[in-house]
Design a protein around this ligand. Structure first.
Ligand code: MN
Length: 194
């Protein structure tokens, strides 16, 4: 089946000044759209042609895996952000407090994990098999979808996500990321995963 580039849930200027229009154009129009186009080309006349994105991610390797996974990871990233005011559910707040002591404790561990990730990749908040929150990083195109972890939110820490706005200052990008987190999305993912 033809994989479709998801529609951005906000305008190109909606995330300014934390993420500029210019970054969003490159990131979504070039990088994300590029993964979708490449995936559609690669799966032609293979066993993956009729599979869903999730089935491809769980069954493929090499370039097909990389492009499929990058489509899923970017879809999840755009949904993890919002230009609106959003709220943590009471349940999410209690799970964060239980695991990290406080929201500040959670942010610190998330940022430390992201800064500690060498090279390109992603930092995720997931729910593990014991129903506990956990922060994991994945390199390159890797994704928790191939594990038992259920993803709740993600931050893209490939350089293409921040370099135009922050150059090499990944930590500054991560500080501003919190101003954009879509807590409604994270809360509803937790609800569905529990
Ligand atoms: Mn990206």
């Amino acid at each position: 089946m033809e994989h479709i580039l998801m529609k951005l849930p906000y305008g190109y200027d909606a995330l300014e000044p934390m993420i500029s229009q210019e970054t969003l154009h490159y990131h979504y129009d070039k990088h994300h759209a590029g993964y979708v186009a490449k995936l559609n080309t690669l799966i032609k006349e293979t066993v993956f042609e009729s599979k869903t994105l999730e089935e491809i991610i769980k069954g493929a390797d090499g370039a097909i895996f990389n492009n499929a996974s990058q489509v899923f990871n970017h879809d999840f990233f755009w949904k993890s952000l919002s230009n609106k005011s959003t709220n943590q559910s009471t349940y999410l707040t209690s799970k964060i407090d239980e695991k990290f002591g406080s929201l500040e404790g959670f942010k610190k561990e998330f940022i430390d994990s992201a800064i500690g990730l060498f090279g390109s990749g992603w930092v995720w908040l997931c729910l593990d098999e014991e129903n506990q929150l956990t922060i994991v990083t994945t390199s390159n195109a890797n994704t928790p979808l191939t594990t038992k972890l259920k993803p709740l939110m993600v931050c893209d820490v490939w350089e293409h996500a921040y370099y135009l706005d922050y150059q090499n200052l990944r930590a500054d990008y991560l500080e501003n990321f919190w101003k954009l987190v879509n807590w409604d999305f994270v809360s509803s993912n937790l609800e569905n995963a529990s």
